[in-house]
Every structure is written in structure tokens, then in C-alpha cells.
Design a binder for this molecule. Structure first.
Ligand SMILES: NC(=O)NCCC(=O)O
Length: 376
């Protein structure tokens, strides 16, 4: 399994394919070509100085006679954890705040209206260890914890909606933990929160030691820049999860993730893209970068030797549109900011048959259901 040395699928194709082949391969893998977005040169300088990748793309929508274009810029941030996992908790959180602050600053100069960070962005992805401490100490209030207050400042300063996926500690309910994303309006007000609906129990990704499946359903957040929802990581394997956000009116669904090559890299380019097509909305897939090593060995319940690392988080964040086109991905091995301009007029359902499916699903979940199979 390639690690940091293999930069990206795009880079490999560009390096190895003759131009005519490359054009055809891209047409099939990426759909209609996305235009390169003109971003300020100062933004590229800041990104280079800050050692992160900056890319910009735009999706085109046909002009309509009765609606103006509804243009919005989204920013997707992927990053590695800058400090070793055995550094004191507060130092790790502070270092991540500083890193994200710098990247968000550049996003603002690129005109980003809505920014989303990766899953559990304030911490290493320590759920594989199944240890209580120090990892649960990264949890904080989704209403007024230090990270939310930090994001509120970012939102106000940059007039930007901030989607902040954190490990939540719910003090109102016995201090239980949740895998949560908080949506902060560009006014700085907390619009609300949503919780991860599907929890993996696959090898090292056995997160149920820490939190259970979310209990908030499929909320959609009306922002000044459009209606958004957050389908956290593992929920991307579940088509009905995407569907419910779309039924509730989401025009953009963010998918903040933390996932490694062995488990999901071949699914990554397909799932969010397919969800955009199937649910007539934009989808934004974000993955963290790099390798995280933990102080104590842990096992994965797969008969293999105990180990200290989780595998390689392969980045590759991208945006997909309802017409099936998608941006190229950010790299597999660098922190990055992907700025994408969307026209929300591309989202409009024409052929949904929800009533029929509702009726059939209602039958299918009954204990005495008999599947409709025709036999000779
Ligand atoms: N964080 C998380 O849910 N990871 C699961 C792995 C995957 O969905 O690829």
C-alpha cells in the first residue's frame, strides 16, 4: 500500500499518459472538465510559505432564464496532525488551531464562503487504541467549547460559515461523547450540530468504544450561502444517509472523513461522486493526511501483530457535482486547501419516486416481510 511517496492518482496519470489518452481517461474518471479558478497570487505565496497545497476549480451550470446563478465558494481543508500523539493534549489542540487559522486566512483571501475541516480535526484519530485517556480529553462542548469559540471568531472575522467536526462531550447528558459536526453561521452564531449516523466496527476503525450512532437524524442548515448538511465519514457508505440529507433540502453535503488506504481508497473516488449524482446535490469529500503513531501498541482483532500506527491517511479531498463531474483531488501527502466555486442552480431533482420507495421500505422492515422474488 503506497504511503506518502505516492503523490496522487492525477499526478501519476499526468506523468505517464500521452496527452490524447490523458484527455479521454480524465473525461471518464472526472466527467465534464472543471475550470481552473483564478485565485490571488498572494494566496499561493501564503500557501507555499505555510507549506500547504492550494487548488481552485469551478463548476459550470447552464444559464437559466428564470433564476440567477447562485454562486458559492466552498473550502475543503485536509491536514496532518502537526505534533506527536504523546504531546500534552492542550498543546496538540493549540497547534491544530494555529494550523487551521493560517489555512482559513488564505481561504478568506480566495473568497471562500463556507469552509469545512476534516473529521475530529482537533485530535489524532485515536479511536483505534480503545484507551480512555488521554484521548477522551480531546472532547469538548459543541455549544461553547474552546474549539467552537475559536471557530466563531474565524466565522465573524472572515464572514464565513464554518463546519467544525469535533469529538463532542455532552455535559447535559452525563458527559457522553459523540462524533459531531458543529455548523457556525457567518454571523458567528452556532447554527446547530449534527452527529455521525453510522459508526464503523471494522478492524482498527472500531469507534463504538467511544460513542454510539448519532441521534439527531439528518438536519440541514440554512446558511446565507445555501442549504448544507454534514454526512460524517462512515456514513458515506450508506446511500440512504445521503438521501435523507438531500430529501431535507441539502444543496451541499460535506463528508469530513478520516480513512486509510487499505480500507477505502478504491471506494473514495466513487462514493461521494455517486452520491452527488444520485441526490442531485454537491458533495465534498475531505480526508486527513499522513500517519499517526500512538504511544502504546494496539491490536485490530484480525489476528495480525499488535502495532502502533493506524495506516496511511491518503488525503485526496475533492468536490463532486450533480452532473457527475468532479474536481481533481488534492494530493495524498500534503496539507491542502481546495477552493471550489459552485452554482447551486445545478441542484434540481426531476425523477425521484420517493413515495414508491417509502411504501416498499415500510414493508421491507416488517418482521414478517417476504422479499418479492419471482420464481419459475
Ligand atoms: N472515520 C471513519 O468512520 N472511518 C471509517 C473508514 C471508512 O469509512 O473508510
Amino acid at each position: 500500500m503506497a504511503g506518502a511517496e505516492w503523490e496522487s492518482l492525477e499526478q501519476c496519470l499526468e506523468k505517464n499518459l500521452p496527452l490524447a489518452d490523458l484527455r479521454e481517461v480524465k473525461r471518464i474518471l472526472y466527467g465534464k472538465e472543471t475550470r481552473e479558478l483564478h485565485l490571488p497570487s498572494g494566496a499561493f505565496e501564503a500557501a507555499s510559505k505555510g507549506d500547504f497545497e492550494l487548488r481552485g476549480y469551478g463548476f459550470e451550470a447552464a444559464e437559466e432564464q428564470q433564476r440567477r446563478p447562485r454562486i458559492v465558494r466552498v473550502g475543503l481543508v485536509q491536514n496532518r496532525t502537526p505534533l506527536p500523539t504523546d504531546t500534552p493534549v492542550v498543546k496538540q489542540v493549540t497547534a491544530l488551531h494555529r494550523r487551521i487559522e493560517a489555512i482559513t486566512e488564505v481561504a478568506a483571501t480566495c473568497g471562500v464562503n463556507i469552509i469545512c475541516f476534516q473529521e475530529a480535526w482537533t485530535m489524532p484519530f485515536a479511536f483505534c487504541t480503545r484507551e480512555r485517556l488521554p484521548w477522551t480529553e480531546f472532547a469538548e462542548s459543541a455549544e461553547d467549547g474552546p474549539t467552537i469559540r475559536f471557530c466563531q471568531e474565524l466565522a465573524r472575522k472572515h464572514d464565513m460559515v464554518v463546519v467544525s467536526p469535533i469529538l463532542e462531550r455532552d455535559a447535559e447528558h452525563g458527559d457522553v461523547l459523540w462524533n459531531t459536526a458543529v455548523v457556525i453561521s457567518n454571523s458567528g452564531a452556532v447554527l446547530g450540530k449534527t452527529r455521525k449516523n453510522h459508526i464503523p466496527r471494522v478492524g482498527d476503525f472500531n469507534e463504538s468504544t467511544y460513542y454510539m450512532e448519532g441521534n439527531l437524524g439528518h438536519p440541514v442548515f440554512q446558511t446565507q450561502f445555501g442549504r448544507i448538511a454534514v454526512n460524517i465519514c462512515y456514513g458515506r457508505h450508506h446511500p440512504l444517509n445521503w438521501l435523507m440529507y438531500s430529501i431535507n433540502g441539502a444543496e451541499i453535503i460535506f463528508n469530513p472523513s478520516a480513512t486509510v488506504g487499505a480500507l477505502s481508497e478504491s471506494l473514495w473516488p466513487i462514493e461521494a461522486r455517486n452520491a452527488a449524482i444520485a441526490n442531485h446535490c454537491f458533495t465534498c469529500a475531505i480526508n486527513r493526511v499522513g500517519e499517526e503513531r500512538f504511544p502504546n501498541e494496539f491490536t485490530s482483532g484480525d489476528g495480525k501483530k499488535a502495532h502502533r500506527d493506524f495506516g496511511y491517511f491518503y488525503g485526496s479531498s475533492y468536490v463532486a457535482a450533480p452532473d457527475g463531474s468532479r474536481t481533481p483531488g488534492l494530493s495524498r501527502n500534503r496539507d491542502g486547501l481546495l477552493v471550489t466555486e459552485l452554482d447551486l442552480n445545478l441542484c434540481r431533482q426531476m425523477t425521484g419516486r420517493y413515495k414508491m420507495y417509502a411504501r416498499e421500505l415500510t414493508e421491507a422492515v416488517k418482521p414478517n416481510y417476504s422479499p418479492n422474488i419471482m420464481k419459475e
